[in-house]
Design a protein around this ligand. Structure first.
Ligand code: BGC
Length: 272
């Protein structure tokens, strides 16, 4: 059992994008359990799922409010940060998690498919990070709340370094997330704003259902994971809690890779 109160996050305000399901949902629950006030971002057609999430968080005394916004739309992202600040006063933590996949053999990939993935996975990171940084700088340091003036955690993927056939748009977007994150970390450390990434491997969520639902698919997947199990949203939430908390106060510009060893080129074990 994780002792979430040890993270010292009580009273901080967090925005989690793409929180209706999967990793984002897990992060929202974990941050609320740790005592954060959480804005759970979702798409308009996910309102039912988020209502249930807000109820679940309320059932253990946590605080969460839903906000529908498409992270690729500038006006919607600005409206979300304005709503978070008017409700909770400020924002301390951004978990920029919203992401999509839309793969195809490269010669068949439409420009629309390319642009949609870039829009959500990379424009969304830009828009949310910019809004968060503006608010962190406006508010200034609050050392009694957190040593850092603000914390940004970008949800990346092992595919920020592992090339991915038939998912060129996705891999390119995550490679972009990595250098966006590192550039922001370099630029903003002087303001005590920490920017880090979490790059999950295969986590059991709706985005990759095809990779784990059938036993044969799961068997193939496990060949890529030396640690011998698929990941769970909680594995990622634990990394996010660490990067959001003062336990990681000296860490910026880093990627944590909770992936069960997927990025260790497991096929080379005894080969090559
Ligand atoms: C993708 C998943 C995939 C995993 C490992 C993630 O970023 O969203 O679909 O299973 O990487 O390949």
């Amino acid at each position: 059992m994780t002792h979430y109160n040890e993270f010292g996050l009580a009273g901080q305000v967090a925005i989690v994008t793409g929180a209706a399901s999967g990793i984002g949902r897990g992060c929202a629950v974990a941050l609320a359990t740790a005592g954060c006030q959480v804005v759970v971002n979702h798409l308009p057609d996910e309102a039912d799922k988020v209502e249930e999430l807000v109820r679940e968080i309320g059932s253990f005394g946590g605080q969460a409010v839903p906000f529908a916004a498409d992270v690729s739309q500038e006006d919607q992202v600005e409206a979300m940060f304005a709503a978070a600040c008017s409700r909770f006063g400020t924002v301390h933590i951004l978990v920029s998690n919203a992401g999509i996949q839309s793969g195809a053999p490269f010669q068949d990939m439409t420009f629309e498919q390319w642009r949609k993935v870039m829009a959500v996975n990379l424009d969304g990171q830009f828009l949310c990070a910019r809004a968060a940084v503006k608010e962190f700088l406006r508010r200034g340091p609050q050392p009694e709340i957190s040593l850092a003036t603000g914390k940004i955690i970008c949800m990346s993927s092992v595919h920020q370094i592992i090339p991915w056939a038939f998912e060129a748009n996705y891999a390119a977007s995550k490679g972009g997330v990595m250098l966006l994150m590192r550039s922001l970390a370099q630029e903003l450390a002087v303001h005590r704003i920490r920017v880090n990434a979490v790059a999950p491997g295969a986590i059991q969520t709706p985005i990759n259902r095809a990779a784990w639902e059938e036993p044969a698919a799961m068997e193939d997947l496990l060949k890529l994971i030396p640690y011998g199990r698929i990941g769970q949203p909680g594995d990622i939430a634990n990394a996010v809690l660490f990067l959001a908390s003062d336990l990681s106060d000296y860490i910026t510009g880093t990627t944590l890779m909770p992936d069960g060893g997927m990025s260790l080129y497991p096929a080379f074990r005894g080969a090559g």
